[in-house]
Each structure stands twice: as C-alpha cells, then as structure tokens.
Ligand binder design. Structure first.
Ligand code: GDP
Ligand code: IMO
Ligand code: MG
Length: 422
C-alpha cells in the first residue's frame, strides 16, 4: 500500500489542508510530520469551514487516526483549544493522538519569538511569533521537554529546570519577567490531565499500520521554499517541510514513502520577509490577493503575491522527489487577460539560470516570464479535465511540461468537491 506524503512546493499556503482533507477520505492514518501552530490549513467541506493549526487535516474522516508526529512542536494550550473548537462544531476528535516524542512549545517560546524578532529590527524574518524557532532551538540544543514528559511530572520538573536556566538568562538580558517554575509546572499538570489519553507511543501504531497495509498519509506544513536547509535562509521556518523529513518526523521508514504529492498554487504567495522573485507590487498583485483571499490564517497578514515561479517549483520537485503535483486555486485566474509564468532567472551579469541560487544571489535575480492567454470564463463548476476552457488546459499543460511530472489533481474552489483527479 502506498504511503503518500503531501507537501508544499512554494512558499506555503498552497492549499495543503484541502488536498489532505480530500485524500484522507481514503486514509487510515494521517500523520503531521513537522511545524507547529504557525500553520494555518483551511478545510471547507460538508461539515463547515475550518482553520487547522496543529491537528492533521484528516480529522474529518471519522475512520482515520490523526497523529501529531514526533517532528512537530506542540503548544498544548493551542492544541486543547483546537480540539475544543472542533468538538463545538460536532467533529469527532477521538482519533486525535500526539506522539510522546513531539516537543512541547511553551509560553516562554512565544515570548522569546516576539522579542527576538523585534531585536532583529529591519532584518526581521517575519515569523508568525508563535514560538516555533525558540522551541526547535531548545529541541536541537537538547534542552527540550516533550509531550510524553507530561506523564512523568517529576522527570518533567527536572527537564524544565534545565530549560528555564537558559531561557531565564535570555529573558533577563532582554529585561523581561522571568518564568516561575511552579506556575509553569501547575499548567503542565493541567495539560497532563487533559491530554494524557491522547499521548501515544508512535512506533507500534505505525508498524501495525504499515504491516497491515493501511493507507497512510503524511502531512507537511509550509512550503519547500521555507525549508530550514533548502529555502530562502534565514527567511525560513525552523524545521524541514520537505518530504525527506516526513520519514524522520513521522516514524514511517523512508522506503515506504513511494508517493509524494506537491501541492502547488496556480500562482504564488508568501508571508514574511526574504527574497520572493517576481513579487507583484502592482494592481495585478492586489487583484490576485483580493480574488484569492490571500490573508494569513494564523496571523491575518496580507500575503505577498506573484505569478507562478517554475524555477522554485522545479527546485521543490527535485528536493522532494515528487511523483505528481496538485494544482490549486486555478479559478483565481479566471478573469485575467494574460497569465505569466516565470521560467528562469537572470543574474546581474546577464547569465540565465534555471535553479534557485543561495539567498544573497536570489535577492538580485531578475525573473524572466513567458505570457499565456487567459480563459476569461468561470471554472469553479468544472469537475473534469475535458471541461476546462482550452486556454486553461494550455496553461496547465505548460506547467506540467515545466514540472516534468504529471498533474494529479486540479482544484477550482475551496470546497472539498471543487477538485478533480486528472
Ligand atoms: P495550506 O496552508 O497550504 O493548507 O493553505 P491555506 O489553507 O493556508 O490557504 C489556502 C487558501 O485557499 C484557503 O483559504 C483555502 O480555503 C483556499 N483554497 C484552497 N483551494 C482553493 C481553490 O481551488 N480555489 C479557491 N478559490 N480557494 C482555494
Ligand atoms: P502553512 O502551513 C505561510 C512563514 C513566516 C516566516 C517563516 C518563519 O499554512 O503554509 P515561523 O513562525 O515558522 O518561525 O516563521 O515562515 N510561515 C508561514 N507562511 N504559511 C505558513 O504555514 C507559515 N508558517 C510559517 O511568515 O516567513
Ligand atoms: Mg496556510
């Protein structure tokens, strides 16, 4: 049985949540493998309109188990709030589990994210200020505390003491109030009571799923261009949203991941600072933002917009070993006279390249575009490739040609049914 990883090919917000909601109808186990509640995945289906941050977008399939994987940093307060909101909407949350090895994102991580961003001044990254960077820093610095520690309060106390030694030093350098261990521990005891039943030992669960041929979906957060190693460093997140990390962050051996779907918007958007070749700072960019409703789910920030950047998408296809792409938000282009595709970058010395160079060079490239005729008619009702306007098929065929892998799905509206397999 294939294990499918679903990842973003651009700068985030490609529509991963809606693709996972669609594919999860056929899945037994959905595992989110990295990130935290910096994510905002929107799902619109027969049960309503939902914004998910930590909980895998497979939660609407009552038959699937939804595991928040080891590679995720979990803010327990945010998780409990999200579970409560789903329950208020009548969604069955009994299948939501958290890996005991996922690290805990604590209130002081958010405080640190805020003050560190401020101290960067004009060099700020534009983070979501949810504490993602500081939480991963404690993890890799071996000062982290993990969700499973909530079941061993004495152990947790000693781990927190260690973490707070350093955290309080930083807070005091910034002149911020220090964290009191007793009140933090009290919060942890409260989270422990509410989350204990959901804390899972992941390997037996995953091994059983793989050995009994269950269908497994691995859910990424953000896009490959914000990958810690391969994105526009330092304007990136603090984990790896690329498919290679899906194995580490979930616990599914990499040989089993034989299907990698790259979710790809028919144009592109980015939130936060850093290079974004071809950014549209004109009326066309505003039009894409307005029609595409391009505002952050977690922060509400207006997203930066641009035409489809095939160089960035090809970078992601290679890195992720993608087997197909899913094109989303095609309908957003319905009213455009002309649609452009960036197919290469020009360096300041005139050389033309078709790979993504490192940040200091990427900041200086001039994107080169080809122009395609728009279809100027609605596509939201379309459910078959043959029913797309000829110009839309031309555009998609060109994207497929540039990608070098097949387009597996096309979406033409936010609702679950507004998409089709190609
Ligand atoms: P994610 O973070 O990759 O899951 O993407 P987001 O949910 O943050 O952003 C995608 C936005 O586009 C959400 O508001 C979706 O409801 C919406 N959306 C997804 N697919 C389509 C589509 O095909 N057409 C339109 N018009 N909206 C879509
Ligand atoms: P989804 O999953 C868009 C961006 C931030 C910033 C960088 C680092 O919905 O695609 P962080 O808070 O992770 O330290 O911020 O990453 N960013 C996102 N942009 N969608 C997201 O999630 C994002 N999560 C983080 O804007 O540039
Ligand atoms: Mg999003």
């Amino acid at each position: 049985m294939p294990v499918t990883a679903v990842v973003g090919t651009q700068y985030g917000d490609e529509g991963k949540g809606r693709i996972i909601d669609f594919l999860a109808g056929n899945s037994d186990l959905v595992i989110r493998f990295q990130g935290g509640n910096n994510a905002g995945h929107t799902v619109v289906n027969d049960k309503g309109r939902f914004h998910l941050h930590l909980i895998p977008s497979g939660v609407f399939n009552p038959k699937s188990t939804n595991l928040i994987g080891t590679g995720v940093v979990v803010n327990p307060e945010a998780l409990l709030k999200e579970i409560e909101e789903l329950e208020l909407s009548g969604i069955d949350t009994s299948g939501i589990l958290v890996s005991n090895r996922a690290h805990m994102l604590l209130p002081h991580h958010r405080v640190l994210d805020g003050i560190e961003e401020e101290s960067r001044g004009s060099d700020s990254i534009g983070t979501t200020k949810q504490g993602i960077g500081p939480a991963y820093r404690d993890k890799t610095g071996r000062n982290g505390v993990r969700i499973g520690d909530l079941k061993h309060i004495d152990y947790l106390k000693s781990r927190l003491e260690l973490q707070l030694q350093q955290v309080n030093q930083v807070l005091s350098n910034f002149g911020e109030p220090l964290v009191e261990i007793d009140s933090l521990l009290e919060q942890c005891v409260n989270w422990s009571a509410k989350l204990s039943d959901r804390i899972a030992e992941p390997i037996p669960l995953i091994k059983d799923a793989v050995e009994s041929n269950q269908r497994i979906l691995l859910e990424g957060q953000l896009g490959s261009m914000k990958d810690l190693d391969w994105g526009t460093y330092p304007y990136v997140t603090s984990s790896n949203p690329t498919a290679a990390f899906a194995s580490v962050g979930s616990g599914v051996p990499y040989q089993h991941i034989n299907d990698v779907v790259g979710v790809t918007k028919a144009y592109q958007t980015s939130v936060g600072e850093g290079p974004f070749p071809g950014e549209l700072l004109d009326q066309i960019g505003d039009k894409l933002r307005d029609i595409g409703k391009e505002y952050g789910v977690t922060t509400g920030r207006p997203r930066r917009t641009g035409w489809y950047d095939s160089v960035a998408v090809q970078h992601s296809i290679w890195l992720n070993g993608m087997t197909s792409i899913a094109i989303t938000k095609l309908d957003v282009l319905d009213t455009f006279e002309e649609i452009k595709i960036c197919n290469s970058y020009q360096l300041p010395d005139g050389d033309i390249i078709n790979y993504v160079p490192d940040t200091p060079v990427l900041e200086k490239v001039t994107p080169l575009f080809e122009t395609w005729r728009g279809w100027k008619q609605p596509t939201t009702h379309v459910r078959r490739w043959e029913d797309l306007p000829q110009e839309a098929r031309n555009y998609l065929e060109r994207l497929q040609e540039l990608a070098g892998i097949p387009i597996g799905y096309v979406s033409v509206g936010a609702e679950r049914e507004a998409m089709f397999a190609v």
